[in-house]
Design a protein around this ligand. Structure first.
Ligand code: HEM
Length: 130
């Protein structure tokens, strides 16, 4: 990943932080639509779980500029996931639920200002002829 890509990922995550609980909620809903058999693997409260997921993603995104520091953290996280019964193929489903969440969660945040611009244009438009 070059520094421009890292910068893009980090600035996109800046948009996620303020809506982290909503993003987490969207994420689990999407995950269990993609694969309902994953639901019973989650024993705890999903709101708490979402908070932990978002905090770990935050650390990972921040850590992109210092990968060395993230390696042991991610390695230990992976080892804990083996104990939760997570298999390699589950990461593909989790990855696609995450990307879906980003697309949907951010689309709303990005389109809101754009919707505002459209309203401004509408308000300032000249009167209809006749
Ligand atoms: C992007 C990769 C992932 C990240 C950052 C992540 C993050 C986390 C975090 C922070 C926890 C809290 C407990 C701990 O720290 O060990 C956790 C627990 C858990 N994760 Fe993940 N995870 C990821 C991928 C996955 C995948 C692919 C699955 C497969 C379904 C999964 C299923 C679980 C389960 C079952 C738990 C325990 C829930 C419980 O005990 O109720 N995670 N995850």
């Amino acid at each position: 990943m070059n520094s421009e890509q890292i910068q893009l990922v980090q600035s996109t995550f800046d948009l996620v932080r303020p809506i982290a609980p909503t993003a987490a909620d969207l994420f689990y809903k999407r995950l269990f639509v993609l694969n309902p058999s994953l639901r019973p693997m989650f024993k705890g409260d999903l709101v708490d779980q979402g908070r932990m997921l978002m905090s770990m993603l935050n650390a990972a995104v921040n850590g992109l500029t210092n990968l060395e520091s993230m390696i042991p953290v991610v390695r230990q996280l992976g080892a804990r996931h083996v104990k939760y019964g997570v298999r390699d193929e589950h990461y593909i489903t989790v990855g696609s639920a995450l990307l879906w969440t980003l697309a949907h969660g951010l689309a709303r945040r990005i389109s809101q200002p754009i919707a505002g611009y459209w309203q401004e244009i509408q308000r300032s438009r000249p009167p209809e002829p006749g």
